[in-house]
Design a protein around this ligand. Structure first.
Ligand SMILES: [Zn+2]
Length: 230
């Protein structure tokens, strides 16, 4: 099973992706996490994208796809969930090409729909662990208050791109870039819209049921390699 999850920042993609990863034993590819990891490790690429990411802008398609493809090759046999990519029409087309080369079937594209006002509310209340970057919200707090689940760190900070100014920039960019993506995937019957305003468990249930339908579609009508062929 190979799934693309998309939706605006703060729509709950990270949380839903983790639930799917556990439920279906898929590899999660979050380009945001991969890039933040490059920054943290101080790699050449990390240094190149640091300022861009922290001001709420997105790195170039070339950089995003480079990080994406090299990680995809390592985990592709497991089935993958993509979180944070594609974000542009160009990326979507390139990913179709990459999937085609590697023989990866795209089963479903899940769009999480959430109102802008709700997104701003959610993002401005999100914090991350200063040590390991794990993120927490009032809806998904650490198991023990004030202590990070992953590393037991006790210092939490706001991500640079979750500052109100940066959030507005991110939502603006997202809204402008999403429309062509939605049109692109709509042509394929693989696009499923999920109401992301619902509680986490309910959103997960909706997604699982849609993925079941998508798998049936793949079995019935074969592998979808490229939306461009339709
Ligand atoms: Zn931590």
């Amino acid at each position: 099973m190979n799934v693309i999850l998309f939706g605006p920042p703060g729509a709950g993609k990270g949380t839903q992706a983790r639930l799917l990863k556990e439920g279906y034993h898929l590899a999660l590819i979050s380009t945001g996490d991969l890039l933040r990891d490059e920054i943290k490790r101080g790699t050449e690429l990390g240094l190149e994208v640091k300022e861009t990411i922290e001001s709420g802008r997105y790195p170039s398609d070339e950089i995003v796809l480079q990080v994406f493809e090299s990680h995809l090759k390592k985990v592709k046999d497991q089935g993958v969930i993509l979180d944070g990519v594609p974000r542009t029409l160009n990326q979507a087309k390139k990913i179709d090409e990459i999937f085609g080369h590697l023989g990866i079937c795209l089963d479903a594209v899940i769009q999480l729909a959430v109102d802008d006002e709700e997104l701003i509310k959610r993002l401005s209340s999100r914090v991350i662990c200063k040590t390991c970057q794990a993120s927490y919200t009032p809806e998904v707090p650490p198991r023990v208050e004030g202590v990070c689940d992953k590393c037991s760190g006790q210092e939490f900070i706001r991500r640079a791109d979750d500052e109100p100014e940066a959030i507005r920039v991110r939502l603006d960019v997202y809204n402008k870039q999403t429309k062509p993506l939605i049109d692109y995937y709509s042509k394929t019957q693989r696009l499923k819209v999920v109401d992301g305003m619902k509680p986490i468990e309910e959103v997960n249930k909706q997604i699982v049921s849609l993925l079941g339908e998508s798998q049936v579609l793949t079995i019935k009508s074969g592998c979808l390699y490229s939306a461009q062929d339709i």
